[in-house]
Design a protein around this ligand. Structure first.
Ligand code: SF4
Length: 57
């Protein structure tokens, strides 16, 4: 059986300690992710988060 998960080339991501990361290349493997913010009024990229993140352990 092939357990490799395929990269979603529409979702680039460098967070390789996430369980959904493709590992071999910088893409997410999910079909869709949820993006949100921890700020009241986000003003820069650092204000925005991937809420689909899952710690890879
Ligand atoms: S779920 Fe979010 S943080 Fe995790 S690999 Fe996908 S885009 Fe990156």
């Amino acid at each position: 059986m092939d357990n490799r998960r395929s990269s979603n080339k529409c979702i680039g991501c460098t967070v390789d300690n996430c369980a959904h990361h493709a590992k071999s290349e910088d893409y997410c493997t999910l079909h869709q992710v949820s993006i949100g913010t921890h700020e009241q009024k986000p003003t820069e990229p650092q204000c925005v988060d991937c809420e689909s993140f899952l710690l890879d352990n």
